[in-house]
Design a protein. Sequence first.
Length: 82
Amino acid sequence: MKFFWGLFIGFALGVAAGLLLAPQSGEATRAQLGEQGIILSSGGLQELRSRATDALAQGRELYSRTKDELTAQYSKAKAGQF
């Protein structure tokens, strides 16, 4: 139960901080989001998808490389070859 109260209080504080520290008014933010929505629907979506695919490929490559390095280090440590 304490977790949920902490989560609720943290959420409330985050919302309050966001409202107090917002760089622009709500109307300007809604206008900006509307413009970005139009850009995404008109072709920016393909670029976003391409960037996400590239980021995913880089993440998989990094995961594979790190896994191989850790496996090699583990094998050396298990064999006593520090």
